[in-house]
Design a protein around this ligand. Structure first.
Ligand SMILES: [Zn+2]
Length: 97
């Protein structure tokens, strides 16, 4: 086994695993009560990361983990919008939510 190189990673707020940024989806708090999916990774603001797996979105978004991580609260419509956006991001990646 070759030595494992250190890759800077981000911690998933749902499962707690550390993964390279490119394997993650970033969520950014844009206003007090609004979170956006940051597909470019360049939006400014408080951010949180989720793995690109349906399990982690469900855990992260349907529970209150993302809200705790970003110190905000989401109304249902906002939460549904995020789940929809995450679904669309994974089109072609064989992910089911
Ligand atoms: Zn995860």
């Amino acid at each position: 086994m070759p030595p494992v190189k250190h890759i800077p990673g981000r911690t998933c707020i749902a499962c707690g695993k550390i993964q390279p940024k490119r394997n993650m989806i970033r969520l950014v708090r844009v206003t007090e009560n609004s979170i956006e999916v940051d597909s470019t990774g360049k939006k400014s603001g408080r951010g949180a990361y989720l793995c690109r797996t349906a399990d982690c979105w469900n855990t992260g978004l349907k529970g209150n983990r993302v809200e705790r991580a970003l110190k905000t609260s989401l109304v249902k419509a906002e939460r549904d919008k995020l789940i929809q956006e995450l679904k669309e991001l994974c089109v072609g990646e064989n992910q089911q939510i």
